[in-house]
Design a protein around this ligand. Structure first.
Ligand SMILES: C[S@@+](CC[C@H](N)C(=O)[O-])C[C@H]1O[C@@H](n2cnc3c(N)ncnc32)[C@H](O)[C@@H]1O
Length: 247
């Protein structure tokens, strides 16, 4: 039976022209770098063992590259359900794929997580993917992340964490929309602009929007501890949650 919670929001123009997002949303590149730095500074595996990391929503491989460059002992599996994005990732990461340091998997995030054994990952990392999920789907994914992490393992996510002050949040989104127009009108790409505006409506809809406090509270209720916000620029935040050593 088709799971109606699974959405494919990056097929078509948005996926094909994903490079434009670097100009439209420069905060994302900084966030990818920070996700890599976080893994570099916080991941621990057993002595001599590779650091087993799952990346959720690798897209074209921007954050994947930051993860691969973060440390030599990383063994990364990156999941995405959108072939348009994965095809670009295969090209961008060919050197790493050949070396066997990253495996790209075409699958839905929740299905991939459910297939993993308990306590099997040192870290789960992600950037700008979970905010796309329906709230109900995100909650299930977070619970599966916790289950699949080893005790002491960490989930790190650099993403859109909406401001809890609704007015301030709206102002941030308006600034974002203004930038989309500036960048894409200058390039005569009204076709891409239309798709990103529609996408933003999905991100902001009540069933998707990932607000900061409710999301952090959900993570704690599921069993992550501590749950911490490490960095914020507007609605972009780096959040982590640890699986306690004893539950
Ligand atoms: C905004 S892109 C972010 C890509 C990348 N992490 C980055 O930092 O540039 C979100 C990615 O998540 C993927 N995605 C969204 N929902 C997904 C799901 N349910 N399962 C797997 N991948 C998903 C999309 O296909 C897309 O490639």
């Amino acid at each position: 039976m088709r799971n109606t919670e699974i959405e494919r929001l990056f097929s078509g123009l948005i996926g094909e022209e994903y490079e434009l997002l670097r100009v439209m949303h420069p905060e994302a590149a900084e966030m990818s770098k920070r996700v890599g730095e976080f893994v570099s500074n916080n991941g621990t595996s057993g002595a001599g063992l590779p650091l087993k990391v799952l990346e959720i929503g690798c897209g074209t491989g921007i954050t994947t590259l930051a993860l691969l460059n973060s440390r030599e002992d990383i063994h990364l599996t990156s999941v995405d359900n959108e072939p348009t994005m994965l095809n670009q990732a295969r090209q961008n990461l060919s050197r790493w794929i050949e070396k066997g340091q990253v495996i790209l998997v075409e699958n839905d995030a929740l299905s991939a997580l459910c297939d993993l054994p308990d306590d099997s990952l040192d870290m789960v990392a992600s950037a700008y993917t979970l905010h796309n999920f329906l709230n109900s789907y995100r909650e299930k994914a977070l619970a599966e992340i916790l289950r699949a992490l080893k005790p002491g393992g960490i989930f790190v996510n650099g993403d859109r964490y909406g401001l809890d002050d609704f007015e301030a949040h709206t102002q941030q989104v308006q600034t974002e929309v203004k930038r989309y127009f500036e960048v894409l009108m200058e390039r005569n790409r009204t076709d891409v602009l239309e798709q990103w505006i529609l996408h933003l409506f999905s991100d902001e809809s009540p069933h998707h929007v990932m607000r900061t406090q409710p999301t952090l509270q959900t993570m704690e209720a599921i069993g992550f501890y501590p749950v911490e916000e490490h960095y914020r620029q507007g609605i972009n935040a780096l959040v982590s949650g640890r699986k306690p050593k004893t539950s």
